[in-house]
Design a binder for this molecule. Sequence first.
Ligand SMILES: C[S@@+](CC[C@H](N)C(=O)[O-])C[C@H]1O[C@@H](n2cnc3c(N)ncnc32)[C@H](O)[C@@H]1O
Length: 293
Amino acid sequence: MKLPIGRAWEERVDKMGNRSRGEAERSTARMEGELYKGEDYKTEFQPQNYLKTYYAFDSGTIAENEVLKFNLNNLFETFSPGGMGGDILIDIGSGPTIYQLLSACEVFREIIMSDYTELNLREVDKWLKKEPGAYDWSPAVQYVCELEGDRSKWQEKEARVRRTVKRLLTCDVNQPRPLGSAQVPAADCVLSLLALECACRDVDAYQAAIQNLVGLLKPGGHLVTLVALRCCEYMVGSRKFFVLSLEQETVEKALQEAGCQVLKCQYSPNKYSEAFCLNEGFCFVVARKGPGA
Ligand SMILES: C[S@@+](CC[C@H](N)C(=O)[O-])C[C@H]1O[C@@H](n2cnc3c(N)ncnc32)[C@H](O)[C@@H]1O
């Protein structure tokens, strides 16, 4: 699968270097069938459209449900009591979702969520505060409670997520300090699901972003990531977004070069529905920050 607009990407990166791009230029880009990326996330990524497409779960399409189950099963295995746990978990590129915390909330004292866009953080905040119009995560919460042995405890789990998430911060994985000037303690775990391949323009940037996330960890802390493999683009409503195409080996190599030991790399051949996203499988990875990193 070839990216349809490789040249436009380069032109716009030049301009993004100046950090200014006029509205006229944006409109032209849209008419040409632009792939959105970079700063576009702040204006073009609509949280509700993203949630409806990829996280409808019980009422959603089979392919998207299977992806979410793969993800929830792996998170359950990773964050089961007796497994990984600790004081602080930082979730990077959280988007408008909370499913990624349903197992982790049981084994970390404090969770910090973060995203590149205020709109996504606002969507999460709506759910945390039970505001009208907040997304209904109960089917996914019930699924995880069933994995834990008691589906009926889903409301307790929702309350636990709400108690455990202490902060919502903006972040940019392309910065050496992804959380900017926020005072954040070194983490026991950094979680980042389906975000880096959206945020990074090429493999060098991906490698640097992994290094930036490892910088948020205590020595011996864990980086947990889910990557959509060989993915080029995905839809959010009518908007098409760029995705960096990655192979599993590239992901593992980036972690090793950042001084991590890869403990688990679970491949799944699952794909999203073609109408929404072009990808060839996923890998769920757990890595440990080595002493020299
Ligand atoms: C496909 S969504 C993934 C959201 C969520 N983690 C999930 O599992 O569904 C990609 C996310 O990456 C975020 N993102 C884009 N550029 C970023 C950047 N430079 N730094 C951090 N996050 C970024 C977007 O705002 C969006 O929430």
